[in-house]
Structure formats: structure tokens, C-alpha cells
Design a protein around this ligand. Structure first.
Ligand code: ADP
Ligand code: ZN
Length: 224
């Protein structure tokens, strides 16, 4: 049987992280979020963190080689045996091609690319107001998804912060990079017949129910 080897795809602010976290919980598979891994390396001032910080601060892409090496290593961990969700990777055609090779070597074909569809106006609205927990990476929005106590993480009580790259000029830069470098790779996956369109709005049933329905539609079963 096919494993849920998933890619979640969408513009900055389309809700990749929120959805991946829920999907990972439902399917009991790891969420591999390249942006989160970089942010945690920056926080801990590791050599990788030092290397990627200036790119991230400017809203530019980290060099392909660096990201590919990191993801390749991560996908070889035993917790990926029942599937995984790649969140924020691949972002260039060269990353997508490198991923094809890595997955071929591991015998893990991509089962679906979940394409979150969102308008530019909505991106700007969502990203301005976004709050992130520096400890557990949970995300909130000042008005659309506020924490129970203002500016405090519901899950681990850490004071929330804004992402430095969510500043308006940087968001526009990230959007431009998304359109020029990342959006075109959808064609690569369309040719493979694995793209699943998903609206970026949450239905009245709620995020969890939406993701459970998506799991079913993709032909997978919840772990519990
Ligand atoms: P978003 O999708 O909202 O822009 P991410 O957390 O996925 O946020 O990414 C934040 C930043 O991390 C990017 O702007 C880029 O600098 C870096 N980054 C993350 N993933 C990649 C990747 N696959 N390739 C290159 N850079 C990446
Ligand atoms: Zn937290």
C-alpha cells in the first residue's frame, strides 16, 4: 500500500504550517518544515543557522545545496518509514529534481502534493498579524486565531513573537520569490499526476475535520 509521502505547497502565509501540523497528528507521521528547522538553528546559533540567517532575513531563498543536504539527511531518519510531510520544500525546480532522486534512492515515491490556493490580498492579511511561538513553533493570528492569553503560547506558555521576515517589505519579497521560483514547480508535479488542490480557507466544519476529509480523499487512513 502507498504511504502518505506528502508535500504541502503554497505561498507564504497560505497555511502550510498549520495544516501540516494537523495532518502530521492525524497520520502520525513527521512534519518536516524547512523554515522551522532553519529558525531553530538560528536561535541556537549553530553553523547552519549562521549560514542561513542573512537569506531568511531578506526573504530570499537559502541556497539549494544547503536545503537539499538537510532534507536528504532528515528523510533518512527511521521516523519517516510510514510517511512524512514536507512543509516548505521543495521551493525550486532544482530542489524538486534533487528530491526525486533522493526519494527514488529511498524507495519512497511522492503520493500527493497538497496545493493550497490563496489570493495575494489574503496573504498580506494573514501574514501581518501572525504570531509564532519561539519554543514549540505553534502559530497564531492576532485576530483570526488569537491565543487564549494575549501574546502567550497556549501550548507551552512562552511569550509569542512576530517572525522577522513577516515585516511588510519582506513579505512582498517572499511573495515575489514564490511566484518566480516556486510556483513554476507545480508543473513538475502536475506532470506526475499527484497535485491535489485544497482551498486555503477553513470550512465551517473546522480545520481538523477538513484535514480528516482530505486524508480520506487522498486514500489514507487516520492512525487512530
Ligand atoms: P513561508 O512559507 O511563510 O515563507 P517558511 O518558514 O517556509 O515560510 O520559510 C521561511 C524562509 O526560510 C524562506 O523565506 C527562506 O529564506 C527559507 N527557506 C525555507 N525553506 C526553504 C527552501 N526549501 N529553500 C530555500 N529557502 C528556504
Ligand atoms: Zn509554544
Amino acid at each position: 500500500m502507498q504511504k502518505p509521502n506528502l508535500i504541502i505547497f503554497g505561498a507564504p502565509g497560505s497555511g502550510k504550517g498549520t495544516r501540516s501540523a494537523v495532518l502530521a497528528e492525524i497520520l502520525e507521521i513527521p512534519q518536516i518544515a524547512t523554515g522551522d528547522i532553519f529558525r531553530s538553528n538560528i536561535k541556537n546559533m549553530t553553523p547552519l543557522g549562521v549560514k542561513v540567517k542573512s537569506y531568511m532575513d531578506k526573504g530570499e531563498l537559502v541556497p539549494d545545496e544547503t536545503v537539499v543536504e538537510m532534507v536528504s539527511e532528515r528523510l533518512s531518519h527511521p521516523d519517516c518509514k510510514n510517511g512524512f510531510i514536507l512543509d516548505g520544500f521543495p521551493r525550486t525546480l532544482s530542489q524538486a529534481e534533487a528530491l526525486d532522486k533522493i526519494l527514488k534512492g529511498l524507495g519512497k515515491p511522492i503520493s500527493a502534493v497538497i496545493n493550497l490556493v490563496i489570493s495575494d490580498e489574503e496573504i498580506v492579511r494573514r501574514v501581518s498579524g501572525r504570531l509564532v511561538c519561539p519554543t514549540c513553533q505553534a502559530t497564531y493570528h492576532k485576530t483570526m486565531n488569537p491565543p487564549k492569553n494575549p501574546d502567550i503560547c497556549d501550548k507551552c506558555a512562552t511569550p509569542l513573537a512576530s517572525r522577522p521576515d513577516d515585516a511588510p517589505e519582506t513579505v512582498l519579497k517572499r511573495l515575489e520569490v514564490f511566484k518566480s521560483s516556486t510556483l513554476p514547480i507545480l508543473k513538475h508535479y502536475e506532470a506526475m499526476g499527484v497535485v491535489e488542490m485544497v482551498p486555503s480557507e477553513i470550512s465551517s466544519a473546522g480545520l481538523k475535520a477538513d484535514m480528516e476529509a482530505l486524508v480520506k480523499r487522498l486514500g489514507f487512513k487516520a492512525a487512530k
